[in-house]
Design a binder for this molecule. Structure first.
Ligand code: BTN
Length: 257
């Protein structure tokens, strides 16, 4: 019997762009569902909380995926998070990467990749379309990692070898698209994988809320809408990534294995 597979949409490969997220949002209606927009270099790469994302030419992956059929906006970040993790585990099995809620990819206490998911279509008050961009530090040498505003790592720093960016970018497009197809059939399976890839669950952490107050407690679970269930003095609280920041010095990184 013939096996039917949905072909991966042709990626948009740019040389220089301000931000692949901005490009994907501007061209959202024209590009096919599931398309990846990647660039060799970004002149105004954006991170979360208004930060800039270091985007030198030809060293890292800067890629954004367009999703047009999401049941909830935050699922876009989950799709790229688990897809990128699977892709990196295959390309660099010796690198013990994991997800740090909500969607950063870490190796020990260092950030390997960051994700920025933005809404692109709202229907009947619900986000159904989003762009989810990921920046992965691939061939950034150790001396350049020092210029990142937080402890960071790259595949090169971890494995002491260079990675072929073209092949890795192509695999990323294929892997994320495969997860998207799975998601369209069963969102629950994808969300379960996303939850279990988050190693902070069950750990003692401190968080700072949007009013600047610090809370000490235990990261108990991730709820259906992607927020963190946090136990503080025996009371359960719910935080979204918009209203809370995990204080990185509170995490016992050595035990997140
Ligand atoms: C963060 O951790 O703060 C999120 C970083 C997201 C960076 C990526 S690089 C590709 C895409 N385009 C952008 O401008 N940002 C995202």
């Amino acid at each position: 019997m013939m096996k039917h597979t949905i072909p991966v949409p042709e990626p948009v490969l740019l040389d220089v762009v301000d931000s692949t997220n901005t490009y994907a949002r501007t061209h959202f209606d024209q590009l096919p569902d599931g398309t990846m927009v990647a660039a060799r270099c970004q002149t105004a790469g954006r991170g979360r909380r208004g930060r800039a994302w270091l985007s030198p030419a030809g060293q890292n992956i800067y890629a954004t995926f367009l999703f047009k059929h999401l049941a909830d906006g935050f699922h876009g970040g989950c799709l790229v998070g688990v897809g990128a993790l699977a892709c990196l585990r295959e390309a660099a099995p010796g690198v013990d990467a994991f997800l740090k809620w909500p969607n950063d990819l870490y190796v020990r206490e260092r950030k390997l990749a960051g994700l920025l998911c933005e809404s692109a279509r709202i229907e009947a008050g619900r986000i159904t379309g989003a762009v989810a961009g990921i920046g992965i530090n691939v061939n950034l040498p150790p001396e350049e990692l020092l210029s990142v505003d937080q402890p960071a790592t790259s595949l090169l720093a971890e494995e002491k070898r260079e990675f072929n960016l073209e092949i890795l970018t192509k695999r990323l497009a294929e892997t994320v698209f495969r997860y998207y197809i799975t998601y369209l059939n069963s969102a629950d399976a994808l969300l379960a994988e996303w939850r279990s890839a988050n190693r902070l669950i069950g750990r003692k952490i401190s968080v700072t809320d949007s009013y600047g107050s610090t809370h000490e407690g235990i990261f108990r679970a991730i709820s259906a809408d992607g927020s963190m269930i946090f136990e503080e003095n025996g009371q359960m609280k719910c935080f979204t990534c918009c209203d809370v920041k995990i204080n990185r010095e509170s995490v016992d990184w050595n035990h997140l294995t």
